[in-house]
Design a protein around this ligand. Structure first.
Ligand SMILES: Cc1ncc(COP(=O)(O)O)c(C=O)c1O
Length: 398
C-alpha cells in the first residue's frame, strides 16, 4: 500500500522534504506509475534532471553496457571513459577543460574554489580577501558555503556561522552589479534564468552587461546552468539566447541522464588549470559509469533534437499559458519548455494546486507560495502536454 511506503519514509528518513502523497514505482518517458498502478504525467522532471524523460533507451543502454564492464576506479587510476567524456562535453559546450563532480552543489562549490584560487594566483588579489558577487533570490545548492549567500531564510536559519566573501546584489539590476564590483572581486556567479526562485528571466541585455562588466574589471563570469542548461530553454545553454559566453559554467542534473548523479564545471583552461593534484577532488567524481552515461547525454544533445523540441513545445506551452493570465494566473514567465506561473491571489496555493493536480494524474510542484514550476520532460508529446495543461487550467480557473 502507498500509505505503508509513506509511513516508512516518515518514520526513517529525515523530514527535509514535503513530498506529495504519491509513491512512484515506475517511469517511462514523460509518465510515471505509482504502487497501485495509477499513471501520472511528470510535469517536474526532477527539476530538469529528467530532460530526456524516464529511462531514455539510449541512456539506459549506455548505463547497462558500462555496468557490464567497470563502474568505479577512483581517480587514483585512469579509466577509458573519463578523457572521452571530458573531450566530448568540452566540444559540445565550446569550452576547453572539464572538472567532473557529482551533485550540482559540488559543481558550484568547485567553481567557487577555482575562482578564488585563480584570483590569488593569476589576478593577484591579496590572499584571503577575494569576493564573489552573487544575485539575490539565487539557488545554487545546500552546502554550508552556498547557503551562506542564500537570501532564503529557511535555507539559512541555524546553519551558521557562514562562509564570508560573498556580496549579494539584486538579480536583473546591472547598475547594482556594476557598483558591487571592486578590485577584490574574483567572480560574478549568476543563474541565466533563476529556476528555484520561480523561473525568473532577467531583463534583456542584463547578462550581456554582466559579461561586459566582468571583461572591464578582469572578473570571471560563472554561469550556473545546472537547471537552465542542456536544452531546457531551447538552446544548449540558456546564456546562448543572449549570445553571451561565461568563463566557467556549472552543469548538473540532466548531465547524468536521470540515471546517475553527474555534474561538471566546464570552461577556460587558464582558469580550471589552477588546480593541481591533491587540491580538489571526489571519490565518485568522473567515475566510469557516470562518464559513460554522460557521453550518451552529450550524443543526444549534439543532434539538436531536444533543443528543437523545447523550442517548439515551449512556444505551445507559453501560448496556452498566456491565455490563462487573468483566468486564474496572475503572471507567466519562462523560456522554452519551462515556465513559472503565479496563481492569482485568492486561488489555491501552489501546494494545494499541486495536490489537486496529482489527483488528476499530473505531477507538478510549487517552488514557493503561489508559484508553480512547469518543466515536463523534453520527450513529452504535444497531446500529453495539452492533457497536463488542461488539468492545470481546470485547477486554477477563477
Ligand atoms: C541552478 C542550480 N544550481 C545548483 C543546484 C544544486 O544541485 P544539486 O541539488 O544537484 O546539488 C540546483 C538544484 O536545484 C540548481 O537549480
Amino acid at each position: 500500500m502507498a500509505t505503508d511506503f509513506i509511513a516508512l519514509d516518515e518514520r526513517w528518513s529525515t523530514h527535509n522534504y514535503h513530498p506529495l502523497p504519491v509513491v512512484i514505482a515506475g517511469g517511462e518517458g514523460a509518465w510515471v506509475t505509482d504502487t497501485e498502478g495509477r499513471r501520472y504525467l511528470d510535469f517536474l522532471s526532477a527539476y530538469s534532471a529528467l530532460n530526456f524523460g524516464h529511462r531514455h533507451p539510449a541512456l539506459v543502454a549506455a548505463a547497462v553496457e558500462q555496468l557490464g564492464r567497470v563502474t568505479l576506479t577512483s581517480r587514483a587510476f585512469h579509466h577509458d571513459q573519463l578523457g572521452l567524456f571530458c573531450a566530448e562535453l568540452a566540444e559540445l559546450t565550446g569550452t576547453e577543460m572539464v572538472l567532473p563532480m557529482n551533485s550540482g552543489a559540488e559543481a558550484v562549490e568547485s567553481a567557487l574554489k577555482v575562482a578564488r584560487k585563480w584570483a590569488y594566483e593569476v589576478k593577484g588579489i591579496p590572499d584571503g580577501t577575494a569576493e564573489i558577487v552573487v544575485a539575490g533570490s539565487n539557488f545554487h545548492g545546500r552546502t554550508t558555503t552556498i547557503v551562506s549567500f542564500s537570501t532564503d531564510e529557511t535555507a539559512r536559519a541555524h546553519f551558521g556561522p557562514f562562509t564570508p566573501g560573498f556580496v549579494v546584489v539584486k538579480y536583473g539590476d546591472a547598475a547594482a552589479l556594476r557598483d558591487a564590483i571592486t578590485e577584490r572581486t574574483a567572480a560574478v556567479l549568476l543563474e541565466p534564468v533563476q529556476g528555484e526562485a520561480g523561473v525568473i528571466v532577467p531583463p534583456d541585455g542584463y547578462l550581456a552587461e554582466a559579461r561586459r562588466l566582468c571583461d572591464e574589471h578582469g572578473v570571471l563570469l560563472i554561469a550556473d546552468e545546472i537547471q537552465s542548461g542542456l536544452a531546457r530553454t531551447g538552446t544548449l545553454l540558456a546564456l546562448d539566447h543572449e549570445h553571451v559566453r561565461a568563463d566557467l559554467y556549472t552543469l548538473g542534473k540532466a548531465l547524468g541522464g536521470g540515471i546517475v548523479p553527474l555534474s561538471a564545471v566546464v570552461g577556460r583552461r587558464d582558469v580550471l588549470g589552477v588546480l593541481r593534484p591533491g587540491e580538489h577532488g571526489s571519490t565518485f567524481g568522473g567515475n566510469p559509469l557516470a562518464c559513460a552515461v554522460g557521453r550518451a547525454v552529450v550524443r543526444l544533445l549534439s543532434t539538436g533534437e531536444f533543443q528543437q523540441r523545447s523550442t517548439r513545445l515551449g512556444a505551445h506551452l507559453h501560448g496556452r499559458l498566456a491565455e490563462l493570465v487573468g483566468r486564474g494566473l496572475a503572471e507567466v514567465r519562462g523560456r522554452g519548455l519551462w515556465a513559472g506561473v503565479d496563481i492569482t491571489p485568492g486561488g489555491p496555493s501552489g501546494r494545494e494546486a499541486s495536490e489537486v493536480l496529482a489527483t488528476k494524474g499530473v505531477l507538478c510542484k510549487e517552488t514557493h507560495g503561489n508559484t508553480l514550476r512547469i518543466a515536463p520532460p523534453l520527450v513529452i508529446s504535444e497531446a500529453d502536454l495539452d492533457r497536463g495543461l488542461d488539468a492545470i487550467a481546470e485547477v486554477i480557473r477563477r
